[in-house]
Design a protein around this ligand. Sequence first.
Ligand code: HAM
Length: 426
Amino acid sequence: MKYQSIRGTRDIYGKTLELFNFVENICKKNFRTNGFSEIKTPIFENIEVFTRTLGTETDIVSKEMYNFKDKGDREISLRPEGTAPIVRAVVEHNLIQNNVDKKFFYIGPMFRYDRPQAGRYRQFYQIGAEIFGNKNSFLDTETIGIAVKIIKDIGLKDYSLEINSVGCNHCRKEYIKILNNYIDNKISEELCETCKKRQKTNILRIFDCKIDSCKNILKNAPKITDHLCDNCKKDFSEIIDNLKKYNIVDLEKLKINKNLVRGLDYYTGVVFEITTQDLGTQNAVCAGGRYDNLVGEFAKETIPAIGFALGLDRVVEILLNKESIISKSENNIFFITTDKEKHSQQILSNLDFIKNLREKNYIVQYNSDSKSIKSQIKTANDLGSNFAIFIEADNKFTLKNMSTGIQNIYDKKEIIENFEKIINGK
Ligand code: HAM
């Protein structure tokens, strides 16, 4: 093969694409009923949209961005995530205001130059939601509730909601002093070189370190969750109480994870990840949190916000292994000609019949060239058709249920008018 898709990218088709659409539709339904409107932004932006907002010490900005200069010598990045571009867009078009909930959702490809493995791609797809305008624990609970409801609607059962608070600028400043002291006095020599650098540039990022020795050393380090200011503490405990009290998430699935700092710098207050055991190390299928200062990076005044994004590739990977949770809702009919010499004639004289069935939203297919009945049945099975219609003589048709094998003879009108009744045995 002369050319293949680039490492970390892939072609999506067949069952995988069907599942992408299945998940997308569930998300869209939840967003529509919650009053979100869709927004599409370009897949590339000025590099600063990301470098100024995600944090220069984050893995994403320091290692994973696809950056290039365009022909006008502009520094461009393929978007590694959706939140910063949405904020850029809503500020640019004046779509948000303080104290008024404005809700947006988006779907599209994101790009990160990370080591590809199961559930991790260099081009991957996110479906995300962002709510601008208010800051309160009620809205936080509601937003987390939408993410959990989507996961439940998709049919994922073995998930956990991991939650933490990374505090506001005020309490984080105090906490960073405490953490710095702890590191200087106890563990600074033992940290890896990157974490030593992170201590100086962006200390919270040391909790993102993937190296086991760092993870171990940091187990006993002071955690932001235990050093929140009164307001952040109150918000966080209200969110946890609400999630429990109103059955938004099953109690055994709710886990406070004090090490959860998220891999992006813009968060303030509550952060969360929905994880599953089904994906090995790439276990987060959805993640988000509050980011009250990000709008301020693009506008004169900031407006509080919260959001999350679901990793479509990862969710679909789980569903591919658990196919049974998706009900086959579409009827897929295959027309079979019974006279090899008159194949096209038999199809052409039934085009109106086929059109009628398609207008009723059934998928209707047939062979374009003449084949034996046996070969046509094989094609019907390969295409996943659940019904076959054999074109018999005298305007009669045999309708066969491909899974039960039950078949009966009908005329055209009966099938068009009573298809649902016939297939449901009524
Ligand atoms: P994130 O945690 O970087 O957050 O990504 C969100 C989700 O995207 C992850 O939980 C994962 O399912 C999926 N994902 C991330 N990287 C990859 C990859 N290389 N391959 C496949 N899937 C991946 C954000 O991007 C934030 N913008 C979320 C957010 C929205 N926060 C507030 N609003």
